[in-house]
Design a binder for this molecule. Structure first.
Ligand SMILES: [Zn+2]
Length: 127
């Protein structure tokens, strides 16, 4: 495709004057944090207090990876991912997998969804 000349500017570009503050800053005190940020919110911390023993229990009950049926399960996977609203404290939404299978699922989301290892966020029927 052959392009013509660029359109001609009608008004020349001018250098902008630097921005000026029109109102004074209200906070004049020390804005630095006095306490460090929490690694997890209090709400998330409550969930993980339930989650940790649940993971230990599930991995003890289901020793073999549910996808490849050969390796030892080390990970608990949620087919309806946490980011898609999974309840991480519900054992019915958990699947025990080996590290390789878990990596494969998250590396190949389309194939994993087709095989049922992931559930689309809009798919309300499956659980
Ligand atoms: Zn596996």
């Amino acid at each position: 495709m052959k392009r013509g000349n660029p359109p001609q500017r009608r008004t020349p570009l001018r250098a902008k004057k630097p921005l000026e503050r029109k109102t004074e800053l209200k906070a004049s005190g020390n804005l630095e944090r006095t306490t460090p940020l929490r690694a997890r919110s209090k709400k998330q911390e409550v969930k993980y207090r339930i989650r940790r023993p649940l993971v230990a229990e599930l991995l003890e009950q289901r020793l073999v990876c549910e996808r490849c049926d050969s390796a030892r399960s080390t990970d608990v996977h949620e087919p309806r991912m946490r980011s898609r609203g999974a309840d991480i404290t519900d054992p019915k939404q958990c699947v025990c997998l080996c590290r390789d299978c878990h990596n494969w699922i998250h590396a190949n989301p389309a194939a994993a969804t087709a095989d049922g290892w992931l559930i689309a966020s809009w798919d309300r029927e499956a659980s």
